[in-house]
Design a protein around this ligand. Structure first.
Ligand SMILES: [Zn+2]
Length: 488
């Protein structure tokens, strides 16, 4: 019965689908679990300027001759329809540190935020996803608990070098099992997932190169950070400035240089996670121009805040993450990096906690570093990127969905074209919403974006042709999310 129903073709009418730059096409989408056709409803393409205000949009709608006899079609209400967001960097912590975040809360928050796929990090699970047995353990733990589709990164940790495990074999087996890439740290604060030395990183890159998958690296230089931290702590400094001094731009650039050197030597695809500074961005830009296999992502917090925001004691502790937020100049450069393609996509590095327990210390070193942002990413980029004229509509959607789906070979994702999974979200660009922690769906209800208004809303969300979110509510009794393998 359900198989037959799944194959019944559905139609969503009256949606704007983005095309090149800032043009759109009023369309209807025919779909089952995959997209069957994207049918234009008017001959003429529309420029965003023609519908950019509520009034212009009303006028546009009033001039369209509506067809009758369409009761069996879903009304898209003249909203923008985008491919479901792909957030390629989240910490949902199942199984493991679930007192901070878990797959149920995380995937629900992600879905309400317009995402239909996440890629979860290996380091905040217990056991961490460092071998195929641990991956299978994780797959079992998340089964029937996710509202949206998920892929996983494998991890390589220093602990396994110490105990003499066959890391090469672990990498190959994880690659065969379908992980989307491998995560490692040049500096880590986790006992259960320690960092690699530069020498180990080089060796690991050689092995990962053989798998064809990318190596994702937290890039801050350990020696620099720890030596400074020690000096600052001896001086009894435990304020936010001390933390930022210990992890400054140089800490990031030194690590990025290390990784550029490694990709030059090994040809391994290297991806710098959560890039935060102008100088590091320029290193990536030059390396890319030299033809090296290097890429980078950044996150909404680096694009919105500067260190001046640490002076605001309401959000100070919420804003702590690593690497720390930088300056106005760095922030501007990151926007430019998005625009010119140096930065490939936007992730959230979603990492929540119970703020009462772990975000309340007066000692900044002790505060948990992590921001839960998975539900704000899509509306953030439409509001602060597209609607403020920093990015085109096409670029905004690429940064939210297409580019990470491409990079991590999630071939059914990231595009509104025939044959792809019918994963999409409706976006209302004519309404606004004030961000309030109380309304958050993540387990940890806090955000540095508290009180900020975004001029974009996420509406209904569809996964594999089924509506999973309506009015921020889950509308399927079953959790339909499934494991998506990297597909070479
Ligand atoms: Zn992370």
């Amino acid at each position: 019965m359900s198989i037959v129903q799944d194959q019944v073709k559905k139609v969503i009418k009256n949606v704007f689908v983005a095309e090149k730059e800032n043009t759109l096409q009023l369309s209807e989408i025919l779909f089952t679990d995959t997209i069957k056709a994207v049918v234009p409803l008017t001959e003429k393409k529309i420029n965003w300027n023609e519908i950019s205000t509520k009034e212009k949009r009303e006028k546009f709608i009033s001039e369209i001759s509506l067809q009758k006899d369409e009761e069996n079609k879903i009304d898209g209400e003249y909203l923008l329809l985008i491919p479901g967001g792909v957030d390629a960097h989240v910490h949902f912590n199942t199984p493991g540190f679930e007192f901070r975040e878990d797959i149920e809360h995380g995937s629900y928050a992600a879905a309400c935020g317009g995402n239909t796929t996440i890629i979860d990090m290996p380091c905040t699970s217990l056991p961490p996803v460092t071998c195929k047995e641990n991956l299978y353990n994780k797959l079992e733990a998340v089964k029937k608990r996710s509202l949206i589709d998920y892929a996983f990164f494998g991890g390589v940790r220093g602990n396994d070098f110490e105990t003499g495990l066959d890391i090469k074999k672990q990498i190959y087996q994880l690659a065969d099992a379908g992980v989307a890439g491998f995560k490692a740290y040049l500096i880590s604060g986790m006992e259960t997932f320690t960092d690699l030395t530069k020498k180990e990183m080089l060796q690991v890159a050689k092995w990962i190169y053989e798998t064809g998958k990318p190596l994702l690296v937290h890039s801050e230089d350990k020696n620099l950070v720890l030596s400074r931290q020690k000096k600052l702590q001896l001086k009894k400094r435990n304020d936010w400035k001390a933390y930022c001094e210990s992890r400054d731009v140089k800490a990031e650039t030194e690590a990025v240089k290390t990784m550029i050197d490694i990709t030059r030597k090994t040809k391994c695809k290297i991806h710098i996670v959560h890039l935060s500074s102008k100088e590091a961005l320029e290193l990536v830009r030059t390396a890319k121009n030299d033809g090296l296999s290097i890429s980078a992502e950044t996150c909404p917090h680096y694009l919105y805040f500067t260190q001046k925001d640490f002076e605001n004691d309401v959000i100070r502790n919420y804003l702590k993450t690593a690497p720390p937020i930088k300056s106005t100049e760095d922030r501007g450069a990151l926007w430019q990096g998005l625009k010119d393609g140096t930065i490939s996509f936007i992730t959230t590095d979603h990492a929540g906690c119970n703020p009462n327990l772990e975000k309340s210390s007066n000692n900044f070193w002790e505060i948990y570093g992590g921001i839960p942002g998975v539900e704000h990413r899509v509306q953030f980029l439409f509001s602060e990127g597209f609607l403020k004229g920093k990015l085109t509509l096409q670029k905004t959607i690429e940064l939210l969905s297409c580019n990470s789906a491409d990079y991590f070979k999630l071939r059914q994702k990231g595009s509104i074209t025939t044959g792809k999974d019918a994963d999409f979200a409706l976006i209302n660009l004519w309404s606004s919403e004030k961000i309030e922690a109380d309304k958050m769906l993540s387990k940890g209800k806090y955000t540095p974006f508290e009180g900020i208004t975004f001029n974009a809303l996420v509406g209904d969300v569809y996964l594999s042709g089924k509506r999973i979110i309506k009015n921020k509510n889950q509308c399927q009794s079953e959790l339909l999310g499934k494991f998506i393998k990297y597909n070479n």
